[in-house]
Ligand binder design. Structure first.
Ligand code: HEC
Ligand code: HEC
Length: 220
């Protein structure tokens, strides 16, 4: 089956990414468990360098700025790596990441993984039911749930997306479609290449308002 082949290929690529990301994480030094002093220092560095945009608890409320709370360490490290190398292009993040050492990529990613998922604040207007069910159907049809999980919480190098900000989801899904945002793997480029732009907007609408409980602590 063609679809199954594509998914198998994407998973193989994902495993490759995983191996690469631990190589990145370990850098030239042998792997060492982070000491609690190191962990504290990344908590402090996050508070002083990152929280102004991403929020002290990782749930940003700034336009275009993704929620990091509940995100996985493997995913975070692949993205910090892409920003550092200038492959994922965003002036704010490139400026932040370009001086990071391999140990910093690991330290910030491990710290992000300790931030528990925070539910989106309640909104006054209930979601449009027709648009939500259309979004849900699209997420099934395009197999978003196969990789991101039925509860959209992701895992390992696949990001948590449920209740991410809608403006950021829109930007990033269109970015994958046009190639402006290169993935660490081909998974997303292939997943969205044939989805019409208006359906990407419907997916962003649905994913941002996904009703699942995101409170599950992120796996390390
Ligand atoms: C000036 C605001 C700003 C600061 C400061 C900042 N970020 Fe970001 N960050 C962003 C924006 C905006 C994006 C989304 C970029 C894009 O659209 O490609 C982002 C994306 C990310 C992502 C990818 C998230 C995802 O879901 O793909 C990670 C990880 C991240 N930032 C970590 C950090 C860390 C760690 C720090 C501190 C060392 C930091 N950021 C500081 C604005 C900021
Ligand atoms: C074959 C597995 C796979 C499928 C299918 C898939 N994704 Fe992804 N998705 C990934 C991976 C892996 C990433 C990390 C991107 C990278 O490689 O840099 C990702 C990243 C994303 C991101 C970026 C999150 C962030 O914080 O920046 C969004 C949004 C997303 N996917 C939504 C979707 C939607 C919506 C669908 C269905 C149309 C979908 N994905 C289908 C594997 C998949």
């Amino acid at each position: 089956m063609k679809r199954a082949g594509v998914i198998a290929k994407a998973i193989a690529a994902g495993l490759m990414a995983l191996a690469l990301s631990s190589a990145v994480a370990q850098g030239t030094k042998p792997a060492q468990p982070a000491s609690s002093a190191q962990a504290t220092s990344y908590a402090q560095r996050f508070a002083s360098l990152c929280a102004s945009c991403h929020g002290a608890n990782g749930r940003s409320d700034m336009a275009g700025t993704p929620v990091l709370a509940g995100q996985h360490s493997f995913y975070a490290i692949t993205q910090l790596f892409l920003f550092r190398e200038g492959r994922r292009d965003n002036p704010a993040m490139t400026a932040v990441a370009k001086t990071m050492t391999d140990a910093d990529l690991r330290g910030f990613s491990d710290y992000i993984a300790t931030l528990p998922a925070v539910p989106a604040p309640p909104v006054a207007t209930p979601p449009d039911a027709a648009r939500m069910s259309r979004g849900q159907a699209l997420a099934q049809e395009h197999r978003c749930v196969i990789c991101h999980g039925a509860d959209l919480s992701g895992g390992q190098q696949v990001p948590r997306i449920g209740q991410q900000h809608e403006d950021y989801l829109q930007l990033t899904l269109h970015g994958f479609r046009t190639g402006k945002r290169p993935g660490y793997t081909q998974a997303m480029g292939e997943a969205v290449s044939r989805i019409p732009p208006e359906d990407l907007d419907t997916l962003a609408y649905f994913v941002a308002r996904f009703p699942g409980a995101p409170a599950k602590p992120p796996p390390k």
